[in-house]
Design a protein around this ligand. Structure first.
Ligand code: AMP
Length: 431
């Protein structure tokens, strides 16, 4: 099969890497790809949200199967458009990608399906929002309804924070139409984990559990980022809890949508808060997590292409996934200053040395080929805030952590920043 992967991050590199191992795959294209992906796929210079150009490319290049990485093209209806042209594509339609594209859709669905989630109300007017909040205990969480590139959630510990979050979204329209409506919800306390499943509309194939690290600094300090590292499995998700999440969260959502005539095909990602009262859903995503995918794919022994094809065809029933039992740790190497202002164009050194280390995989996120006349093919430079995902398996979690950080230490670029505690929370739990 000729496979097109859409996206340009570490997630897409991990997906291309796994897809490249499939016996079903004869050629991979990636649009737009990055400096690492180009070694395993032919990169195509089309942005991930340019749906018309992607469709034209897929038709002209006889693409057999398309895998959509990021949420924006899904929410914009790429699956609907590809399907209409008879092209096979992995992901939910726009109506269903609203599970990520609209917090209000997701919360209403959870309410209907009886899925545990924080109590909430919807507002489009600051006065009624403030009146509601005045009667509640702080902290409260304000969420813009639409997609805001991970910036639409504010945890408000004080009244002035709440007022300014609401003003910024509802009055100043900081997120445009995405913030015209907001949710105010109760703040949950606990440990977060990600449960990612693949669904064929009826059956569910859970992937291994994982845990992301959202904050920029060690000890979960500093501002939120796109994710600074991940590990899989997440020890907070015991086997019993895993089953409970699948039975009381994932299946009720999939069944409710199917009953409403909207079978959900593709990835369903549940961001879970494990509270003292059990698991609660923080959010749903309609695609693979980034950086969780980078920690999950190295553990997947089964053929990813077969799983995705079965999901599209409605044939997941009776299929079993084979996992490498060894834990996997993935650390993000970021540009200094990220998630705020940072420089690009820094030369990356030490990758070859790190890449040959045992059980180490390096997934690129923000990299591109440099332009040095003499050996331009060798020069790799930074091209984003999150630059690399250094990933390693290990016989146990401590070994995975050690393998990963050994590889990290071999790599260098100017102003490189990374968290030194990826995996530490899981180690603490084990002890
Ligand atoms: P979301 O995009 O809804 O997952 O929110 C982003 C992050 O905000 C989550 O990963 C949590 O760390 C935090 N968050 C969201 N909702 C809540 C909540 N109700 N209580 C506590 N933290 C939350």
């Amino acid at each position: 099969m000729r496979i097109l992967v859409i996206g340009s991050g570490g997630r897409e590199h991990a997906l291309c890497w796994k897809i490249s191992q499939s016996v079903k795959c004869s050629k991979i294209y990636c649009a737009p790809g990055n400096g690492g992906i180009r070694h395993i796929a032919e990169v195509v210079d089309i942005e991930a949200d340019n749906i018309d150009a992607l469709l034209k490319f897929a038709k002209e290049n006889r693409i057999d199967f398309t895998v959509v990485g990021p949420e924006v093209p899904l929410v914009k209806g790429i699956v609907d458009k590809f399907q209409k042209e008879g092209l096979k594509v992995f992901g939910p339609t726009a109506k269903l990608a609203a599970i990520e594209g609209s917090k209000i859709f997701a919360k209403s669905l959870m309410k209907k399906a009886g899925v545990p989630t924080a109590a909430f109300e919807v507002f489009d007017n600051i006065d009624s929002a403030l009146k509601y909040a005045a009667a509640k205990k702080l902290p409260l969480v304000v969420k813009a309804d639409g997609l805001c590139a991970g910036k639409g959630v504010v945890i408000c510990k004080a009244q002035d924070e709440l007022r300014s979050a609401l003003k910024s979204m509802l009055v100043d329209k900081a997120f445009g139409t995405a913030g015209e409506k907001v949710i105010i919800e109760d703040c949950l306390v606990g440990e977060e984990a990600s449960i990612i499943v693949i669904s064929d509309g009826k059956n569910v194939m859970p992937l291994a559990s994982s845990q992301d690290h959202k904050r920029i600094f060690d000890g979960d300090m500093g501002p939120n980022t796109g994710g600074m590292g991940a590990y899989s499995p997440a020890p907070v998700i015991t086997n019993e809890l895993f089953k409970k999440i699948i039975d009381t969260i994932i299946y009720p959502v999939i069944n409710t949508l199917a009953k409403d005539g909207m079978p959900y095909k593709g990835v369903l990602y549940a961001g879970i808060m494990v509270t003292k009262d059990g698991p609660f859903v923080l959010e749903f995503n309609a695609r693979f997590g980034d950086p969780e995918t980078q920690a999950i794919m190295p553990r997947l022994k089964s053929d990813l292409v077969e799983i995705m094809e079965r999901a599209v065809d409605g044939r997941l029933d009776g299929f079993f996934i084979d996992w490498d039992p060894r834990p996997c740790v993935s650390v993000v190497l970021a540009s200094g200053g990220y998630p705020n202002k940072y420089d690009k164009g820094m030369e990356i050194k030490g990758l070859d040395e790190a890449a040959v280390m045992k059980d180490v995989m390096i997934f690129h996120a923000g990299t591109r080929k440099g332009r040095r006349a003499a050996d331009s093919d060798k020069l790799l430079i930074t091209a984003g805030g999150r630059v690399l995902n250094v990933t390693a398996l290990g016989d146990d979690l401590q070994k995975a952590i050690d393998n990963c950080y050994n590889a990290v230490r071999a790599i260098h670029f100017d102003k490189m920043h990374y968290r030194r505690d990826i995996g530490a929370k899981a180690m603490g739990r084990k002890k």
